[in-house]
Structures are given as C-alpha cells and as structure tokens.
Ligand binder design. Structure first.
Ligand code: DAU
Length: 402
C-alpha cells in the first residue's frame, strides 16, 4: 500500500481526502500550516492517536528564516519576508500533543519511525513553501496530493499576497523538490474549475482556454501551468484535477453553503451577492474525493481531469433549499453588494474522468441534507469559528466596510 503525502490535510477537501485514503488502507503524512481554515479537529479521530510534529527552524521558499516556536501553548510562524502570514492561535492546538524538533536528523528519524510503525497518520505542521521540510518529507511518500491553497475568492479581492505565496510559490516549491526524487510516482495538484472563467452556456472541457477572473483563480491557473511545464521539461509526474464547487462536512464557513447554514441556525440573514442568479455546479465532497482517488489509480501524468457533478443551480435557490431543510422560509437572506468580477456560471464537461470509471453518486438534495445535519451536529464549533478574530475581521472588511 502506498504512503501518501497530503498537503492542506487539515482543510476542507484535504481532510475529507485524508479520511478516505486512511479508510482505503494508505498511510498518510499530512502537512498543513494550520492557517485560518485548517483545523486539527478535521482529522479526528485519527489525529488523537497520531504524532504531530514541527521543525523549529526551517527555511521557507523566500530564504527568510522560518521559525516555529513553542511559547506557552502558542506556536508562532513567520513565513513570508517580514510579514507574519500565519499565526496559529492557542485554541487550535489545545488538547493535542505537539512535538517540535530542533534538528533535521531527529525530525527525519521520527518520520522513518512512523513509516516502520502500524500508525496510519503522521501530521506535520508545515507550509508547502518550506523547502527544507518538503525535502525531508518527499523521499518518504509514493504519491503526493497538493490540496494546500488559499481558496477564497473574496479574500483574494481584499489581498493577493498570500495567494501568490501559497498557491504559486508553494506549488513551485513542491515541483522543484519533486523532480529530485524518483520515488514519487504521481503528483496530484488540486486545481479548480475557476481557471476557465465564466460561461453563460455550454461547458468547459480540459482543453478550454484559461480565462481566470479573480486573483485567486489566476494564481491557481499559474500553478497549473507550472505543473504542466514541469511535466514537459523535467518529466515531473504531475496530474491536474479541476473540481467544480465542493460542499459537505468540514468546509470553512466563509463559503456559501456552510455560511448559509450557520447564519440561518443563528437566526441571521444570508448575504446574497447581486441578483443571486449566478449558477454553480455543486459536487458533494465525498464524490470529489473518490474522483481524485480514481485519478491516483488510473490517471496519466501530464493530463488534466475535470470533476463535476453535472448538477447546476442558482445561488438563491441553494439558500432557499437550506432554509427548507431547516424549516425556515422567510427572512433568511438579504441582497448585498456584488463581488467584483463575479463569475456568472461555471459548468464542466467531466466525461474524461468518467472514462476512468468514476461517476458522482450523491444527488444534491441528499448531499445538502447530509451537510446540514453535519453542521447542526457541530453547530457550537462553527459558531465559535464565526466569532473568532479571523472570521470577524474578514467579515467586517468584506461585508460591512466595502
Ligand atoms: O468552483 C470551484 C471554486 O468554488 C473553488 O475553487 C473555490 O475555492 C471556492 O471558494 C468556490 O468558489 P465560489 O466563489 O464559487 O464559492 P463561494 O462559496 O464563495 O460562492 C458561491 C457562490 O455564492 C458565488 O456565486 C458567490 C455567491 N455568494 C457567496 C458568498 C460567500 C454569495 O452570494 N454570498 C456570499 O456571502
């Protein structure tokens, strides 16, 4: 059974994929910088009996010293020039047993000991921009899945630096290290349908032109091109996956579906951009994860695979459906200022991945009900996230001050 490297493993699709991969019997070395949407609890119960490691002094891509220091319960992290892009707050680490290493040798021995053990999950607090760490980790995995990315379109309109750093430079950093090692058979880069831009009708296939609208989509398109160039030039075993809008458990509540669920549960109104008539093709995260796994099994290096459900719906209707499930039909939304360069519609042609033997299994009504139930069960946790400093300051900047 292969050992997987999974970056962005504490985030939404990455954590769902990690659960699936462990269920399939793989060992996973999970990597995550624990920036704002990454949570160790997304990997429970596995994480509770796993080693959680960090290297105290690494070198990040920009060659600026990178430090993780444990003071009291807090781990601070500096990743880009002199700017602190990520500071892990206390409450994210409470209850977990984290070991930080002074030197590379001890750290590497710990990874080797994990590989020899019966343990399923090893978690490393690291950014994909940390070249030294990626160098240490990659020789121990047979396949690497990069889910790590800044992903929220609205945040990319407010500030672009983090997107350029993680999405472009982080991917480049993995590619650069990857071509040194022959043990990694597949590098699977999780991209997005947003690289194609918007289309009022028809669908995008894998050869459609790249026409990104937001800074986020532009950074993902840049990373895609780097992967393809590294495949052509250096034979890097890179495969691109472009999923449509995912929804399901463990999604950070800045995205439309979890935001709507928690807002309605709190008795607050869901903010709808513009007319609410924009369309998205929603895929349940379990289906997407199975598609990614199918690409691991049967996909070819240098190729691109779209993953969409074939089901599209207007935003306003999505919110109304959530209201129906929660038994609330009135006063659940309000129209707010539109997102600049708001894409009207995405829709994918997914016949290529279907030819590998994959089909979506969950219809939207069923997936939405499962998702709403999951957020009801975890309501307190998500209300806390929404009340956190990160979420509140973003919310104020984006929804109130704009
Ligand atoms: O298509 C794949 C992409 O889907 C991923 O690559 C992105 O990482 C992910 O964020 C998502 O992008 P969207 O912009 O489509 O997702 P979001 O949930 O932010 O918005 C979905 C739609 O709902 C979009 O038309 C904007 C609208 N919306 C969103 C929010 C957060 C609102 O009307 N109000 C809101 O408050």
């Amino acid at each position: 059974m292969e050992t997987f490297g999974v970056s962005g493993a504490a985030g939404f699709i990455g954590s769902n994929f990690t659960h699936f991969a462990i269920g399939k019997g793989h060992k996973v070395i999970a990597i995550d910088s624990l920036s704002y949407p990454g949570f160790l609890f997304n990997l429970e119960p596995w994480i509770l009996k796993s080693r959680i490691l960090g290297l105290k002094n690494g070198k990040d891509f920009s060659r600026v010293n990178f430090s993780i220091e444990k003071r009291h319960d807090r781990i601070y992290k500096k990743v880009f020039s002199n700017k602190v892009l990520c500071q892990i707050p206390d409450n994210k680490l409470k209850g977990y047993n984290i070991t930080l290493f002074e030197n590379k040798e001890d750290f590497t021995r710990e990874i080797e000991s994990f590989i020899e053990s019966n343990e399923k999950l090893l978690f490393i607090i690291a950014s994909i921009t940390d070249e030294e760490l990626i160098n240490i980790i990659l020789p121990h995995v047979n396949c690497f899945f990069n889910f790590a990315a800044e992903t929220h379109v609205d945040r990319s309109i407010l500030s672009q630096e983090e997107f350029i750093f993680t999405d472009i430079l982080g991917t480049y950093n993995i590619l650069k290290v990857l071509i040194k090692y022959k043990n990694v058979k597949k590098f699977i880069q999780i991209s997005t349908d947003e690289v194609y831009g918007s289309s009022i009708e028809g669908s995008f296939n894998e050869s459609s032109i790249l026409n990104p609208s937001s800074p986020y989509a532009a950074t993902k398109a840049s990373a895609d091109l780097l992967c393809l160039a590294f495949y052509k030039t250096f034979n890097a075993p890179a495969i691109l996956i472009r999923p449509s809008n995912n929804y399901g458990p463990r999604q950070y509540p800045e995205k439309l579906i979890p935001l709507s669920i928690i807002k309605i549960l709190k008795g607050e109104k869901v903010p709808i951009y513009g007319s609410g008539k924009q369309k998205r093709e929603w895929i349940y995260v379990d289906d997407c994860v199975k598609g990614i796994y199918q690409v691991f099994l049967r996909g070819t290096a240098g190729e691109i695979y779209n993953i969409g459900s074939g089901f599209e719906i207007e935003n306003l209707e999505v919110v109304q459906k959530i209201g129906n499930i929660l038994g609330k039909n009135e006063d659940i939304y309000e129209f707010v200022k539109d997102r600049p360069s708001h894409d009207t519609r995405y829709f994918l042609n997914s016949s290529k991945i279907k030819s590998l033997g994959w089909e979506p299994e969950t219809d939207f009504e069923e997936g939405l009900k499962l998702t709403v139930d999951w957020y009801i069960e975890n309501k307190d946790l998500y209300i806390k996230i929404m009340e956190s400093a990160d979420f509140s300051s973003f919310y104020k900047l984006w929804y109130q001050k704009r």
